[in-house]
Design a protein around this ligand. Sequence first.
Ligand SMILES: [Zn+2]
Length: 320
Amino acid sequence: MSEKNLDYYIRKFTQLRIDRSHGRPAPHKPILLLSIIELIERGVISTNEIELTPEIVSTFLSYWNALYPDQKGIVALPFFHLKSDGFWHIVPNDGYEKSFNLIRHIKSSYQIRDMVRHAYLDKELFALLLLDKNRTMFRRVIINDYFDPEEKNRLVKAINLSRKAMKYEHLLIAEANEPYTANIPQERIRFKEKVREAGFRHLIMSIYNYTCSVCNMRILTLEGASVVDAAHIVPFSVSANDDIRNGIALCKLHHWSFDEGLISIDDSFRVMITPLLNAQRPTEWLLTGLKNKQIMLPQNETLYPAQEALHYHRENKFIK
Ligand SMILES: [Zn+2]
């Protein structure tokens, strides 16, 4: 058996077992590998136990949608089928050890969530991917071997957008160590709007673990859709302020209610409900039932919503 070194895996990456029956190589496996490389680079995947997390789904989809906006990308397919390439292994959940080996096709993403605990790479490959220069090489091989020039172009753009968004996130995290201010630091403005949007959204979603701070709802489809949005407390149109402490994760209903001023948050982080709504009206219980509820806050206290931003919302948006 050949030594499992960089050359060995580069060769493996150029020889992925891929369906070519549609006239071109099916892009699922290459896109999944690009996503994993990105998440290792971001530090999101830091151990060799790779679960089908919202992060993987959304990274996969950011590439997929950049390439094929009209087609639905299903990450479960390569997550399952990559096991035929020899360097990707799957650990089934308890009770599924036997049945898992009998499965030839994945019917739905939910099947993966039920049956699979996590996947892992050959330990030699994982160690190689921890180094920046190797990641660059693997990326180049994947992009050159499986995509045509037009697709390459789009992929490179998507990779660059995501790298810039990551830089923007690092900047926002560093700024959160300073006292909160409504002034926008010049450094932030150097980033394009698209980059800022992607960075802010990703950061708030991960800090709040894709969970609505007000009602704790967390619904994610494995196709990447989330019921939760990354909201600005002082609206972006007013403040343009992506400070983490001007952000909060809210489900669609509570995002809308917050923006419309039907709900707000008091200075001890409890839900306020506008007197316009009436607990006597059962149709409004979804909101009125939350009155005085403590919101879910980030684990790290320095990232809590800023009092100044909440105060602005109570004074300017909330219907008293
Ligand atoms: Zn909610």
